[in-house]
Design a protein around this ligand. Sequence first.
Ligand code: C2E
Ligand code: CA
Ligand code: CA
Length: 568
Amino acid sequence: MISPASINNDQLLYSLFEFNPHAITVINRKGQFIKVNIAARELSGYTEEELHGSPFEKVIMQEEHKKVLAYSQRAFNGVLQTFETAFVHKEGYRIDLSATVVPVRDSVRVQSLVVILQDITISKRSLERIKFMAHYDDMTGIPNRRFFRDHLESALQIALNSNSNLAVFYLDIDRFKLYNDSFGHDVGNMLLMQVAERLMRCVSEGDVAARMEGDEFAIFYTDIVGIENVEKLAKQIYQQLEQPFQYQGYDLHITVSIGISMNTNRQISADEIMKNADIALSKAKEMGRNTSQFYTISMEQSTLDRLKLETDLRLAIQRDEFELYYQPQVDIFTGEIIGMESLIRWNHPLKGIVAPDSFIPLLEECGLIIPVGEKVIEWACRQNVAWQNEGLPKFPIAVNLSVKQFLQPGIVDRIRDILLETSLEPGYLELEITESVTLDVEYAENILNDLQRLGVLISIDDFGTGYSSLRYLKRFPISRLKIDRSFVRDIMVDQNDAQIVQTIIAMARHLNMNVIAEGVETEEQLNYLRRHQCMEIQGYYISRPLPVQAITKWMGEWEPTHISGDLS
Ligand code: C2E
Ligand code: CA
Ligand code: CA
């Protein structure tokens, strides 16, 4: 063992200096290197000879010279200094350093400085990376929501001070989910990256484009002069996105909806203007996509109205405010009642009877259509059993099934349960579906076949308005087509509509399906349909939809001869 006394102090100091894992140099009063340890030589890439006697500026980054000089000055005044700086490696790259500068004095003054350096390049980079990640979107590499919001906040302040205008665009890819679901996530991601890239081409200095979340992007433009300017910018975006996106030989076309909001010379927060653009975006989507919409105050009102309506609807379920009305369907030749369609009404405590068109879409959107729709099926079945028990002639009651309900897993079982619970024979329940449920042919075919096996009837509602897969129609077990009332309405005045009606009648016959005309209001319409061999009708001409009591009374008074007559 070596005793401490046997170690020479100079040797100890030398070893501590030379072999220290930190880079250490000693600098004289002229700012020249007079000693450089191994770690410092390795860190800088220079040899001892190359550094010895050269001024420290030789290695320090140009822009750091002044700062480092100031710190050295203070150290020469006897005060220890620590600071961050950077130097250039002999090969030319930057190295970030944390420096501790220790004054070494003799009896008179500080003669030299010991500079201890630590390479902080890596930790600094990861800090920058963290900062970057906090402000940029991972996938696309463009600014993220936070970046957008922060920059928008200051841009709004500048706009206010300089009396200039700023526009916020919110964009959303139409039917993005469809691309994602049908082509896979790779395609979805590819689209997002390319859209991001194209949007970056639409901005100039001072503007910011960002990915907000999912398939939602935003851009703000500064120095807007007039609405035309905004329209031009929107057009530019549409042009950028018009070109197809390539994926493995496919040409994919996308469209976007855009919501636009402006500060219009007033104080408005980033959050508020972003919210407004988002509201305008939802409006654009409602308008049928591939369009842009300016934010207006009334939009906010309509959003508020919707929120209120949704709350009201939830209450309506709890308070049992829904009721079924019934509208009869009759045979055009015999005048017999061949069925009833059940139509939902909302007994609103203040507004009175509310028609379904104003609340069914919202029920669908918020998913409430499932529980409400089940109730409707149950009520219709119960009512039918009640009428049959009263000894009235038997006929099927039709229930409107929304797409959401149709696509609900387990729908067939639910209907089977309801039939059992209410003891209605399946043949007396008819389900009205729309052409849109047949979009996924395979799926629709399975469900429809199950329903047929169950024994219920299926009809296609509003026929002629959707783009149904006509060629698949014969694969589906459909018992009848309902000619949409928009064709029936103009049957006597519009040659086209008359043609369509005749075609549907012919087609139904060919496919061995029944056909019923909806919305028959006049005797002329009835006679026309009769002449063209449409066997069944429904409409105000026979009766409006009525609540249970009224329709029961109506049935008691109905005489088939009411519509018999002109058969020519
Ligand atoms: P829809 O299935 O096409 O129902 C026929 C609509 O036409 C009914 O409107 C009915 O009142 C109306 N109508 C019947 N005859 C005539 C006529 O001669 N002239 C005119 N101008 N109109 C006539 P309503 O009851 O307002 O229902 C509107 C829509 O709401 C229905 O259209 C249906 O799509 C939906 N709906 C109604 N009840 C339900 C329901 O329980 N569930 C679901 N999912 N949708 C329902
Ligand atoms: Ca219907
Ligand atoms: Ca209809």
